[in-house]
Design a protein around this ligand. Structure first.
Ligand code: ZN
Length: 320
């Protein structure tokens, strides 16, 4: 027994020593790259696309987690305070992170709220946030490209040798292509059906860009409960306009959306539950839907196909 464990200890030691020369350079390389921490994946994907390998792009708020309700843990706070640069959407999207963002700002490192760099006249106002604008800017990819261009000066501070220009241009081109795809896919939807019914009010920029009326059960934030009166009003609208589908969202519970479907059924109108839309979160990291391009492709394709537009089942890039 003793011999055995001595042998296995030696084996483990040999393995550890053998592994060390491989592990050390990898660790050193990782440590050498500045950490660019984004609150949500919509920003993190943009930073990764624009910075390439020049920084270690990380995202704080995970897949399917609602940023309106996200409260940072102590470990999250220390990640924010240790990061070399911090990027967020702003306009109260990360409503419970104000204090830690202020602390990061006070430390002198670059902190950029990308939506807040756009002039107010390009943003949409909302009665829920009289002192801010609607933060869901990524729903209009052309506007979002302008918003995330604001990360470039901050990246230049933490990774001075990196030329972000070519990556930014390629990122912009991808988003412009998505925008054109959305225009074509949604164009055939008849006027009376150009109504997007969702769980919370995240699609106002999408609606404005594509001439669609957006109706949601909850307001701009998911913090307030869905009201029964609002659900009844939406059921009436769905029945009256013959709307064929309503949509749940990956980061919001779908109870209230199901109540709409039941309410319409009780009034003799069958309305389908469309594919879950990505509103305030991307899909799983490492997947196509885990990128901003894949997330928007998923949304555009699902909305077009459910409401009478024309889109291929596997989307713009054949990757859905
Ligand atoms: Zn939202």
């Amino acid at each position: 027994m003793n011999t055995c464990s001595a042998v296995s200890r030696r084996a483990a030691l040999a393995l550890a020593l053998g592994a060390a020369p491989l592990a050390a350079p990898a660790l050193a390389q990782r440590a050498a790259r500045p950490v660019a921490l984004s609150t949500v994946a919509m920003v993190g994907d943009a930073v990764r696309s624009i910075a390439g390998e020049a920084v270690q792009a990380e995202t704080l708020i995970g897949e399917g987690v609602d940023p309106h309700l996200f409260r940072p843990s102590r470990a999250d706070v220390s990640r924010v305070l240790r990061a070399d640069a911090v990027f967020l959407v702003g306009h109260r999207l990360e409503g419970r992170m104000g204090e830690v963002i202020d602390r990061a700002r006070a430390s002198g490192r670059p902190v950029v709220a990308v939506a807040e760099t756009l002039p107010r006249e390009r943003l949409r106002a909302h009665p829920d946030y009289p002192d801010a604008a609607d933060p869901h800017v990524w729903m209009d990819p052309v506007l979002w490209a302008d918003a995330v261009a604001s990360v470039v000066p901050a990246l230049a501070r933490v990774a001075p040798g990196h030329d972000a220009g070519p990556n930014l241009a390629a990122f912009r081109a991808r988003l412009a292509r998505l925008d054109a795809y959305a225009r074509d896919a949604l164009a055939p939807i008849p006027a009376e059906r150009r109504v997007l019914v969702t769980a919370h009010d995240a699609f106002s920029y999408f609606g404005a860009r594509h001439g669609m009326q957006v109706e949601s059960i909850q307001g701009l934030s998911t913090e307030a409960e869905a009201s029964l009166a609002r659900i009844e009003a939406l059921v009436a609208l769905i029945v009256e306009r013959g709307i064929p589908a309503v949509f749940a969202e990956t980061s919001v519970p779908d109870r209230a959306v199901r109540a709409l479907i039941e309410g319409a059924a009780a009034r003799g109108h069958r309305v389908a539950l469309g594919a879950n839309l990505f509103s305030d979160s991307l899909g799983a990291p490492g997947t196509y839907r885990g990128t901003l391009e894949g997330m928007l492709d998923h949304n555009i394709t699902a909305i077009a196909r459910a409401l009478g537009g024309e889109a291929p089942p596997r989307g713009l890039n054949g990757r859905l």
